[in-house]
Write a protein that binds this ligand. Structure first.
Ligand code: LCS
Length: 393
């Protein structure tokens, strides 16, 4: 292709322009663990980085590289590093930037395991942490210490849907020479581009919107600079957090329709959110598309659309929430998010159950919070299902 596509959908379909030597239109699955060298000199040149040749799939693989370069293109980054899961991506970033005596500042409502691994595992190796409400810039400012080595954001956060001011936090962090990583899983690069907003690293659980079909687990890290890319890739390679070629193939296929899926899902989500907000049994709702969201204006600045994720609380608390989840018929009671089917779950007893009571309380993960990932079904069907389930409470 001589013309480089500039439109988002064209980039999704055509990717970074990787060519298969046999002319396959779709990048094949290079299901191999290792690659033959042409000669001893060629092998030595590959290891020395003087040749582009592939060596070993944990280090790099053509199917995975096609996906990595495509997501890097979508995020306007230098290059990407595929990982076996979203958590492998999170852990690879932590291992790359943290160490004994180093300190991380993060949001008190990040995805449960992203916090639990710092407090339960990295702490054993001398990593210090401060969890604050990063939707409040003053709290981030107050949490920074001389040994702060990483600011880690997740916005909108899972599951509170709080929105953090990426540009303001990056400006503050860079005054202290601290790199900023943003978990962009809830938005995807279609709705938000953290690197353009000032971040140094962006990561995704590709299990969610990027793949979109609830049939793989995968993660990716995109760096803005070559130096950060090399740092993260070498950590991934040496720790064995690599992505499998079959996983990469399915993700690359799912990625082609991401914008179409998100357009449709967020159209549905807006209608579902309006329905829930007006429902007498709903106590509160957090959705970036509603004016009632406390960071509604900020969300409009950072995100090109409100997305398909929301959380809400029912009058009647946990018992009412359980009743709702036990009575839905079309919405699937399952963890995960960002797929074509509408999923409903209860973070306090499911995704965030490993957090201490205090950590849940501090992060606003109340017992009554129900999380909804709106899919691409007919909005009328989703609403009718929620309506009949709500009538059982
Ligand atoms: N980051 C965010 C924001 C997530 O929501 C998740 C998974 C991860 C990272 C980790 O990705 P994984 O290793 O699962 O690919 N979130 C889940 C959730 O909310 N329900 O089940 C998984």
């Amino acid at each position: 292709m001589t013309h480089k596509p500039s439109g988002f959908n064209s980039k999704l379909v055509h990717g970074a322009g990787a060519k298969d030597p046999l002319g396959s239109v779709i990048m094949p699955i290079y299901q191999t663990s290792t690659f033959a060298f042409e000669s001893a000199d060629h092998g030595a040149a590959c290891f020395a980085g003087e040749s582009d040749g592939y060596i070993y799939t944990r280090i790099a693989n053509p199917t995975v590289r096609d996906l990595e370069k495509t997501v890097a293109l979508l995020e306007n980054g230098y290059d990407g590093v595929g990982c076996s899961s979203g958590m492998a991506a999170v852990t690879t970033v932590y291992m790359s930037y943290l160490g004994a005596g180093k300190h991380i500042v993060s949001h008190n409502a990040v995805y449960g395991p992203s916090r639990a691994i710092i407090e339960g595992t990295f702490s054993k190796f001398g990593v210090e942490s401060t969890y604050v409400d990063t939707t409040d810039l003053e709290q981030v400012k107050a949490a920074i210490r001389p040994n702060t080595a990483l600011i880690y954001l997740e916005t909108p956060a899972n599951p509170t849907i709080g929105i953090s001011d990426i540009p303001a936090i990056c400006k503050l962090a860079h005054q202290h020479n601290i790199p900023v990583c943003v978990d962009n899983t809830f938005c995807s690069p279609y709705l938000q581009k953290p690197l353009d907003l000032g971040a140094d690293i962006v990561l995704h659980s590709m299990t969610k919107f990027l793949n979109g079909h609830a049939d793989i687990i995968g993660g990716i890290i995109i760096a803005k600079t070559e130096a950060d890319y090399k740092k993260v890739r070498s950590t991934m390679v040496i720790s064995g957090c690599n992505m499998d070629p079959h996983q990469a193939f399915l993700t690359r296929r799912g990625l082609k329709t991401m914008a179409l899926r998100i357009d449709r899902a967020q159209e549905n989500a807006m209608r579902v959110a309006e329905f829930l907000e007006a429902h007498p049994k709903v106590a509160w709702i957090m959705y970036p598309g509603l004016r009632s969201h406390p960071q509604f204006e900020l969300g409009k600045k950072l995100m090109s659309g409100p997305g398909a994720m929301m959380s809400f609380g029912l009058k009647g608390g946990l018992d009412a929430g359980k009743k709702l989840m036990d009575n839905v018929q079309l919405c699937v009671l399952a963890v995960s998010l960002g797929g074509i089917e509408t999923l409903i779950q209860h973070p306090a007893s499911m995704t965030h159950s490993k957090l201490s009571k205090a950590a849940k309380k501090e992060g606003g993960i109340s017992d009554e919070l129900v999380r909804l990932s709106v899919g691409i079904e007919e909005a009328d069907d989703i609403i009718a299902d929620l309506e009949q389930a709500l009538s059982k409470i």
